[in-house]
Design a protein around this ligand. Structure first.
Ligand code: ADP
Ligand code: 5GP
Length: 215
């Protein structure tokens, strides 16, 4: 039973950094490459960081219902390609969707079983430093910081909250969430035969009664 993990945070918190490292360290999970009409930043690659599209292509995609959700963020369109999420789940791969907060809410409505994770910056000052460090002009950083103030209280509605003070620690915590959710009872029971390579155990779990009584 593959799962969809939604990693969300104010822009500049470190979503891409944490997601990239998680994907290097964990098998069986694929990143959903979202689409955008914004210009690629230096070093960003089409099909790796984003599917870069023109405004016309994106609007055609909206008409055709290609996006699970889409939003206009800071003057550009961003959208989650429906087919990628469906394909990963069909093929038994967990999916990691790195997305803004409004998108996270929309996707959680469509996939209520998705696991939502909010990444928090250690402080607004540090968030500003990270934004500027990534090369935004000050005015843009100011706008994104104001949006961050609106987004941070939304952390309360997510399944998990990770504080991204240190990259390795945040990656470990995200990894733990993915691994723990793979061990959820429903997940194990619905894949019992492929996970438990012992017929006697499988028979006991599937057909046996739990006789342990509370005393
Ligand atoms: P997002 O995807 O949320 O917009 P990025 O992953 O692009 O954010 O990170 C923004 C900037 O912050 C990058 O320059 C990145 O290297 C830096 N960064 C990310 N996490 C940390 C951290 N824990 N400590 C210091 N810098 C970080
Ligand atoms: P950036 O321009 O910094 O890459 O992204 C701006 C914001 O848009 C980030 O918070 C990023 O996570 C978010 N984003 C990226 N892809 C999508 C998407 O498909 N849908 C939505 N709603 N937001 C997205």
């Amino acid at each position: 039973m593959a799962k969809l993990f939604i990693l969300s945070a104010p822009s500049g918190t470190g979503k891409s950094t944490i997601a990239g490292k998680l994907l290097q360290q964990l098998e069986g999970i694929r990143r959903v490459i979202t689409a955008t009409t914004r210009e690629p930043r230096p070093g960003e690659k089409h099909g790796v960081d984003y599917i870069f599209m023109s405004k016309e292509e994106f609007e055609e995609g909206i008409e055709k219902g290609l996006f699970l959700e889409y939003a206009n963020v800071y003057g550009n369109y961003y959208g989650t390609p429906r087919d990628q999420v469906e394909k990963n789940l069909r093929e038994g791969y967990d999916s990691l969707l790195v997305i803004d907060v409004q998108g996270a809410f929309k996707v959680k409505k469509i996939y209520p079983d998705a696991v939502s994770v909010f990444l928090l910056p250690p402080s607004l000052e540090e968030l500003k430093r990270r934004m500027i460090g990534r090369g935004y002009r000050d005015s843009n950083a100011q706008r994104r910081l104001e949006t961050a103030r609106d987004e941070i209280p939304c952390a309360k509605s997510f399944d998990y909250i990770i504080i991204n003070d240190f990259v390795d620690k945040a990656v470990e915590q995200l990894k733990s969430i993915v691994v723990a959710s793979r061990c959820e009872r429903e997940n194990i029971l619905s894949n019992l035969k492929s996970l438990v390579h012992n017929e006697e155990l499988v028979r006991l779990i599937e057909g046996g009664e739990c006789y342990v009584q509370e005393t």
